[in-house]
Design a protein around this ligand. Structure first.
Ligand SMILES: *Cc1c(COP(=O)(O)O)cnc(C)c1O
Length: 435
């Protein structure tokens, strides 16, 4: 093999430059602290330069679902690379995308059959929104609005932002760009009394009844609002909302970008409620966290709503749509998900994570949630997430709290002993009142 560049660059020298040359996400750059410089990653372990290795407890924002440097995923990419890396989808088709579309239409619940590919979760959501709006337009119905749940997150592009929680999604900041949609209240937390569930569904019912005629779709994250702090709500609520949408003839878009591929136990969170949406969006874990790829999958009803003249065709087409390397690695990743070991591993992770419930005894912890390969707890008061991160790093674990929420979303392949270590660090964090 040729090395066209020095594989171990003098990191100290250009660390100072890169600190400001790379504009970091959600970061106040004037106070930016140098990042750990990752040289290698394997399994659930990150190997930073000049630093002891770390267990990644959050799987790179919960997308590296089978761990880093997975031999089968690596192989799928290099094999495809021997043929070609990318080809425009305008007019062409290729094996990896055909296989992936077929697999997705088989493994997703219900009648989701037609897959539109794009390159990130946010764009996948944009496509779902355009699909819903244009679907109604094609039927000569004026339905320009969407409804979303408070507390939700659907991405950082403007269409996606317009259906995120207005505070968390910072609607104020970008107000001129964001069309006003209809915010439904955040559901009560999983574990609440049945009467609260009924009350909530009645509220949603009356709110949707009043604007059903102008609504194209309801968009939501099923069961778990992840970026909003791993907030869980009862599957009966999802089922109830799906029934209400059905009754009023409103499309249901389920954003499984975060929950898809086993994060909450079953392959898709919809299965927990036994519902089948009109449109589903997948991303993050779709490629095992290797490459950007999203899938927006529609039922034949939605798909056929686009039949007719050219003006009725779906008006979207990203350059890297259906990238062959991304599709190839997605196929390999899904093969891993379909092995019996995968769901056994997730079940094992869930039972181990139950240990987090000991944190319930501390009055400063307001709630502890565990479902599938996800564990989270919330502090009653503000916390210094940098201090928590530093402590976790000193214990050999990589965490990144969201607001007052500390969470883990490990890769399925995390071993019992690695997870035990992660849980120990999480419990030590939760035991301490002030951070
Ligand atoms: C991460 C996420 C997105 C956005 O995906 P990107 O690939 O970051 O654009 C959308 N919806 C949900 C539920 C997510 O968790």
């Amino acid at each position: 093999m040729f090395n066209f560049y020095n594989p171990t660059p003098p990191t100290d020298v250009y660390q100072a430059q890169s600190d400001s040359a790379v504009w970091m996400p959600y970061t106040q750059m004037s106070q930016f602290q140098p990042n750990l410089h990752i040289q290698r990653a394997s399994g659930v372990t990150l190997y930073p330069t000049n630093h002891p290795h770390l267990i990644d407890a959050i799987a790179s924002w919960w997308c590296v679902i089978h761990g880093y440097n997975h031999p089968n995923l690596n192989h799928a990419i290099t094999r495809q690379l021997d043929s070609f890396a990318h080809i425009m989808l305008g007019g062409f088709i290729h094996d990896p995308i055909l296989e992936l579309a077929h697999t997705l239409s088989t493994i997703t619940p219900g009648n989701l059959k037609h897959v539109f590919f794009s390159d990130s979760g946010s764009v996948g959501v944009e496509v779902a929104i355009k699909m819903a709006l244009q679907y109604w337009r094609n039927q000569d119905q004026k339905r320009p609005k969407l409804a979303y749940l408070m507390g939700g997150y659907h991405g950082d592009t403007t269409g996606a932002m317009s259906v995120c929680d207005p505070i968390e999604g910072m609607h104020q900041l970008f107000a001129p760009l964001l069309p006003p949609h209809i915010g439904l209240p955040q559901p009560p937390a999983w574990g609440c009394e049945a009467t609260l569930i009924h009350q909530y569904l009645n509220e949603v019912d009356s709110q949707l009844a009043s604007c059903a005629h102008e609504l194209a779709a309801v968009i939501l994250e099923p069961i778990c609002q992840c970026a909003g702090g791993f907030f869980l709500y009862d599957p009966l609520i999802l089922k109830g909302i799906a029934e209400i949408c059905n009754r009023y003839g409103i499309l249901l878009i389920v954003d499984e970008v975060a929950t898809g591929f086993g994060r909450l136990g079953p392959l898709f969170a919809c299965e927990l409620a036994g519902i089948t949406p009109d449109i589903m969006v997948l991303g993050k874990g779709l490629t095992g966290g290797y490459l950007g790829l999203a899938a927006t999958i529609a039922t034949p009803l939605v798909f056929k709503g686009f039949f007719g003249g050219n003006e009725k065709a779906l008006m979207h087409g990203p350059t890297f749509m259906g990238n062959a390397l991304a599709c190839a690695v997605a196929n390999a990743s899904i093969q891993e998900c379909l092995k019996p070991e995968f769901s056994i591993q997730i079940q094992g992770i869930q039972s181990q994570l139950m240990a987090l419930h000991t944190l319930n005894e501390y009055p400063w912890i307001t709630s502890v949630r565990v479902l599938g390969a996800m564990g989270a707890f919330t502090f009653a008061n503000d916390i210094d997430s940098n201090a928590i991160q530093k402590f976790a790093i000193s214990q050999g674990v990589w965490l990144r709290p969201i607001g007052r929420v500390v969470y883990t979303s490990p890769a399925s392949i995390m071993s019992d002993s690695e997870l035990k270590k992660v849980i120990g660090v999480l419990i030590d964090i939760g035991k301490k009142e002030k951070w």
